[in-house]
Design a protein. Sequence first.
Length: 83
Amino acid sequence: MTLDEMKKVDIRTVDPATLHDRRDVRIDSRQPKEKRIASYLKQIGNPYCYIDDGVVVKIGFMNTHETIDDRLEGYARSQIRKG
C-alpha cells in the first residue's frame, strides 16, 4: 500500500485486525533520526491509521505554516474567552 492509499483508509470501514498497535512500537533512541523514522514506519505499518490502546486512530496533516503549538495556543485562548 502506498502512503497516499494509507491516507485514504476509512476508519469506519477498516478492519482493526489489519492495523498495528502503537503500544507495540519500540524505537531505539540511540539510532540516528533516519533509522528511527524507518523503524517506526516498518513497525506501525500505516502511520495515518493505527490502534492506540484499543482505539482505531486516524491522523492527518494540513498544509499550513502554523505549528501544533500555534493551534493549541489558539484553542486555549478560545476556551478562555468562552469561560
